[in-house]
Design a protein around this ligand. Structure first.
Ligand SMILES: [Zn+2]
Length: 228
């Protein structure tokens, strides 16, 4: 669940291990893209309404992004994943059902990561090693699973907190609009298992996108996708 405690911990994970914690190094976690570029990433979808709106907005802006899809959602809406792929976006996996990792046994997590990846691979008919753990959760145990399964885990360097219920366009833009060379921005086209169901309203994220993109481009930076 996106509880306040989990959210605070998650926000810290996004910035805490700038030099790489032991689990981060064990798993081979990435969180930076090449200089001169910025990557927008979207988690938790696909959802038939909000992901479609995000894709429409990105198409209008001429931006390609990276989507970390929840396996069960991809199985329910494979056509949206295929549309994203066809429009040049990159697809990664984000577990099968987005479990609260802190309370999930290593055996179940192994299954979650494996089946989540398999669900996405079935939909896109290709190998998908790109992976983001739910909540960015990283421990020695999960890092070992990521390594064992040859996953390529990506966290982020900028978290505008768009997963919070009631977040405003200005609040998102004030953080994400400042993304600088090499940054990976965490955004959400859906919010799985939110603490407050109002977080499922993705309007602020979608409305913020043109301003974020303009801010990034105005500084000569290019939008890029993660290496899939
Ligand atoms: Zn997530």
């Amino acid at each position: 669940m996106y509880s306040p405690r989990a959210m605070a911990a998650r926000a810290r994970r996004g910035v805490q291990h700038a030099w790489g914690s032991v689990p981060e190094r064990l798993a081979g976690v990435h969180r930076r893209v090449p200089d001169g570029t910025v990557a927008l990433t979207f988690d938790d979808g696909p959802h038939p309404e909000s992901t479609t709106r995000v894709l429409d907005q990105l198409a209008a802006l001429g931006v390609q992004a990276t989507f970390f899809c929840v396996g069960l959602n991809a199985r329910s809406h494979p056509e949206i994943v295929r549309r994203a792929l066809a429009e040049g976006h990159v697809i990664g996996s984000h577990s099968l059902s987005h479990p609260a990792d802190d309370h999930t046994s290593p055996i179940l997590l192994r299954r979650e990561y494996r089946e989540g990846r398999r669900s996405i691979e079935d939909v896109v008919s290709a190998d998908v090693s790109l992976f983001r753990p739910p909540y960015g959760y990283l421990s020695l145990g999960t890092a070992a699973v990521m390594r064992e399964r040859c996953l390529s885990p990506w966290l982020w360097s900028v978290d505008p907190g768009d997963w919070q219920a009631g977040v405003t366009v200005d609040a998102i833009v004030s953080v994400a609009g400042g993304a600088d060379s090499g940054d990976v921005v965490l955004l959400h086209d859906w919010v799985e298992q939110p603490w407050d169901p109002a977080a499922r309203d993705r309007s602020a994220t979608i409305d913020a996108l043109p301003v974020i993109v303009e801010s990034i481009r105005s500084r000569g930076l290019e939008l890029t996708t993660l290496p899939g």
